[in-house]
Ligand binder design. Structure first.
Ligand SMILES: O=P(O)(O)OC[C@H]1O[C@](O)(COP(=O)(O)O)[C@@H](O)[C@@H]1O
Ligand SMILES: [Mn+2]
Length: 651
C-alpha cells in the first residue's frame, strides 16, 4: 500500500515513461562522476581571516591543480602568481596594475591569465554535473562562462573561438570583474563539501563572520564543539553560559563581537565592574596577541575588571547548578564555599593554598553562591539581551540546522571532543533524566537534549543545566577532562592545581584497538573508516602525531587560535578527502592577506598522505550515491509500471 502511495507521488513529478527514462539517465551519469572533494577544518575559534585563507586555497589543492593542468605551460613562478591571483583576485589585480608600464603589457597579462583560468575551470568543473556547475556560476557572466566551459573545445580552439571571447572581454574592460568571478568559481568548485569539526566560537575576533560565511556556502555540516555549546546555551537564556561567554570574550579582548557583531550592549556590565572592582588581579588581565598592541593600559584594566566581575558571577551560578544536580558529581567545583574569607586561603583536596591578589566584594561568606541584588539585576538583563539578539538567534538556529553532536559521512566518523571511556576501555555511562547512556547512545541523547533546549527557548528550559554540563562536565563528550580549573588558574599560583586530567579516551585513541572499538560503536567497519577528531591542539613541537591508531584517527585541531600557536608550533591542520584518498595539510601561521599576496606564499607547509584509495572513488560509492541509487531503483519501478500500463491499454 505504502509503495503504491509512493509511486503515485513519484508519478506526479515524472508523468510519463520518457521523463522517467531521462531522469534515470541523468542520475546514472552523476553516479559515474568522481567523488566530490571533502574539506575538514576544526577549532576555528573566531579566526575568520585565517579560515578564509584556507578556504581560498583549498588547503593547497588549488596549487596542486595548477601544476597538474598547467605544469607544462607555466614556470614555477608563474604558477605561484596564478595561485595567488586565484586566492585574492582583487588584491593581486591591484598589485599587478601598479607594475604595468604599457597597455600592451596589461593586455598580454590579461590574455594569458584568462586563458589559464579558463583551462583550470574547465578541468575542475569536469568533476561535476553540468547542472551543478551552472548553479555555481555567477549570473552576471553565466552566458560567457558556460560557453567557455561547456562547448566542446577541439575545433573551437582551432577556430579562434575562445580567443575571440577573451579578446572581447578585455576590450570591453570587463576583464577585472570576469577574472574575479572565475577565481571565486575555482575556489568554490575545488571543494564540494565542508565539514567544520567544532569550536567556531571564542578566543578569536570574528566567529560571527565565520557563520555569515558558512551560511553562504552550499554544502556544509558542523559538529558542535564545547565553545559552540556555550554560545547556544547563552542564546537560549542560560545565565551561566552567558557568564562564561562574557568572561572568555573579555579574556581575549573580543567584547566587540558581542557589542557590534550581535548588538549585545555591555554597558551595565562595564559600569558594574568598574564600580565593584577597584583594580584587576593580574590573572584577569586580557591575553593579547600581536594585533592588540594598541590596547591602552586603561582598557586592559577595564577588561580585567569585567573578567573578574563576571567570573565571580559564573562561580556563583555554577554553585547553584551543582547543588541542584548532585548527579553531575561536581562537588569539587563548589569552590566558593571552600574559601576562608578571613585569611584568603582555600582548601582543595586536603591542601591549603593562598589566594593570590584576591578580593571578593560581592560574596557573603555565609551564602557564597547568592548573587547580590545588583548582580541578579545584571544577570536578568543579560539574559534578556542575549535571548533578544536576533542575529545571535539566527546564527544559533543555523548551527542547529547544519550541526550535530557527531556525524557519519561517507564512512567516516566526525566529532569534536571524545567518546568518554573508563580506564579499562569501556564506554563511560552518564545518567540523563534518570537513565544511563554511553557511547553512541550518549551522543544521541545529548543531541536530543540540545534540540529540546533549542525548541524550549521561550521559557528557560530545564535542559539548560545539561547544556552547561556539556561545556564542563567530566563525562561530556565535548569536554573530556576531569574538571575545568578556571578558578584555580585565576587565584592559585601553584601550577599543580591548574591541571585538568584528560579522560582515558585520549590514551586509548592512540591505539588501533581503541579507535576500532569506537568505529564499531558508531556502526562503522574498521579498516576503511576513519575518525576525524578536533578539540585538542596537537603539539607537533613536542613530537605529537596527529595521525593516531595506525591511521584510524586523524586529529585536526586547526590551531587557528593564535594564543595557542606557541604551544603547537604550527597553525594547525586541515584534511582533504577526494576521489584518490585522504591527505593532511599542515599550515603555517597566517600572516594576513596583504603579505600573502605580496609574497605569493600559500602557507601550506607540508602535506601528508593519510591513505590512498586502491582505485579512484566515484559518486556511486558515496552516501549521496547510495541515496541516488535508491531513487534510480524507485524510478525503474515506475518505468515498469508505465510499461505494464501501456501493454494493458494495447490489448
Ligand atoms: O586558555 P584559556 O582561555 O584559559 O582556556 C582554557 C580552558 O579552555 C579549555 O581548554 C576548553 O577549551 P578548548 O575546547 O579550546 O580546549 C578548558 O579545558 C580550559 O580550562
Ligand atoms: Mn574544544
Amino acid at each position: 500500500m505504502e509503495d503504491v502511495k509512493f509511486l503515485s507521488l513519484l508519478a506526479k513529478e515524472f508523468p510519463n515513461k520518457q521523463s522517467v527514462v531521462t531522469e534515470i539517465i541523468n542520475l546514472k551519469a552523476i553516479l559515474s562522476l568522481p567523488k566530490g572533494t571533502e574539506h575538514f577544518v576544526s577549532d576555528l575559534h573566531g579566526e575568520y581571516d585565517a579560515f578564509q585563507h584556507v578556504l581560498r586555497n583549498g588547503s593547497g589543492k588549488i596549487k596542486n591543480k595548477i601544476s597538474e593542468v598547467l605544469g607544462e605551460e607555466l614556470t614555477a613562478e608563474e604558477q605561484r602568481t596564478l595561485a595567488s591571483l586565484i586566492y585574492y583576485p582583487k588584491e593581486k589585480l591591484a598589485l599587478k596594475k601598479a607594475e604595468w608600464q604599457t597597455d600592451e603589457e596589461a593586455k598580454t597579462w590579461y590574455a594569458s591569465n584568462l586563458k589559464a583560468l579558463v583551462m583550470l575551470c574547465q578541468d575542475i568543473s569536469s568533476k561535476y554535473s553540468r547542472s551543478k556547475v551552472r548553479k555555481a556560476i555567477p549570473k552576471e557572466f553565466s552566458y560567457i562562462i558556460e560557453e567557455l566551459l561547456f562547448t566542446p573545445s577541439k575545433h573551437k580552439t582551432q577556430s579562434g573561438y575562445y580567443q575571440s571571447i577573451i579578446k572581447n572581454v578585455i576590450e570591453l574592460e570587463m576583464a577585472d570583474a570576469f577574472i574575479r568571478e572565475l577565481c571565486f568559481l575555482i575556489q568554490h568548485l575545488t571543494v564540494d563539501h565542508l565539514h567544520v569539526v567544532g569550536d567556531i566560537y571564542d578566543r578569536g575576533p570574528y566567529p560571527d563572520k565565520i557563520i555569515n560565511h558558512l551560511q553562504k556556502q552550499s554544502s556544509v555540516d558542523v559538529q558542535w564543539g564545547n565553545h559552540d555549546i556555550l554560545w547556544m546555551g547563552a542564546a537560549w537564556g542560560s545565565a551561566v553560559c552567558i557568564a562564561n561567554v562574557i568572561r572568555i570574550a573579555s579574556r581575549y579582548n573580543n567584547l566587540e563581537v558581542l557589542e557590534e557583531g550581535y548588538g549585545i550592549s555591555l554597558r551595565n556590565m562595564v559600569n558594574f565592574a568598574e564600580k565593584t572592582y577597584h583594580s584587576a588581579n593580574q590573572q584577569f588581565l586580557p591575553r593579547l596577541t600581536k594585533e592588540d598592541q594598541d590596547v591602552s593600559v586603561y582598557e586592559k584594566e577595564q577588561m580585567g575588571k569585567i573578567q573578574q566581575a563576571i567570573a565571580i558571577i559564573q562561580f556563583k551560578l555554577e554553585g547553584e547548578i551543582i547543588k541542584r544536580r548532585p548527579e553531575f558529581e561536581m562537588e569539587n567545583r563548589l569552590v566558593l564555599e571552600k574559601i576562608n574569607y578571613d585569611d584568603l586561603t582555600i582548601e582543595l583536596e586536603g591542601q591549603r593554598y593562598f589566594l593570590d591578589q584576591a578580593s571578593f566584594p560581592t560574596i557573603d561568606p555565609d551564602e557564597p553562591y547568592k548573587l547580590t541584588d545588583e548582580e541578579q539585576e545584571l544577570v536578568d538583563a543579560l539574559v534578556r539581551v542575549f535571548t533578544g539578539s536576533e542575529k545571535l538567534q539566527a546564527h544559533i538556529d543555523y548551527l542547529m540546522q547544519v550541526g550535530s553532536m557527531s556525524l557519519v559521512y561517507n564512512g567516516n566518523l566526525l566529532y569534536h571532543g571524545c567518546v568518554p571511556m573508563t580506564e579499562d576501555g569501556e564506554f563511560q555511562s552518564f545518567e540523563i533524566d534518570g537513565q544511563a547512556y554511553s557511547g553512541k547512545g550518549l551522543f544521541d541523547r545529548f543531541e536530543k537534549v540540545l534540540r529540546q533546549a533549542h525548541t524550549d527557548k521561550e521559557v528557560p528550559s530545564r535542559y539548560l543545566d545539561y547544556v552547561w554540563y556539556l561545556w564542563t562536565g567530566k563525562y561530556s563528550p565535548l569536554f573530556g577532562k576531569t574538571k575545568m580549573t578556571t578558578f584555580e588558574r585565576y587565584y592559585i599560583l601553584e601550577k599543580e592545581t591548574h591541571e585538568e586530567y584528560k579522560n582515558s579516551y585520549y590514551r586509548l585513541r592512540e591505539t588501533e584497538e581503541g579507535c576500532h572499538a569506537i568505529l564499531k560503536e558508531f556502526g562503522l567497519e574498521p579498516g576503511h573508516s576513519h575518525i576525524i577528531n578536533g578539540h585538542t591542539p596537537v603539539k607537533e613541537k613536542k613530537g605529537e602525531n596527529p595521525i593516531k591508531g595506525n591511521s584510524a584517527m586523524i586529529v585536526i585541531d586547526g590551531g587557528y587560535s593564535k594564543p595557542y600557536q606557541s604551544a603547537t608550533g604550527i597553525a594547525g591542520y586541515t584534511l582533504i578527502y577526494n576521489s584518490y584518498g585522504m591527505e593532511l595539510a599542515v599550515h603555517e601561521p597566517f600572516c594576513g592577506a596583504e603579505l600573502s599576496v605580496k609574497s605569493e606564499r600559500d602557507l601550506v607547509s607540508t602535506r601528508r598522505l593519510v591513505f590512498k584509495e586502491d582505485k579512484r572513488q566515484y559518486v556511486a560509492e558515496t552516501d549521496i550515491g547510495r541515496a541516488l541509487q535508491k531513487q534510480i531503483d524507485d524510478l525503474v519501478l515506475l518505468k515498469t509500471y508505465y510499461e505494464t500500463k501501456q501493454l494493458i491499454e494495447r490489448y
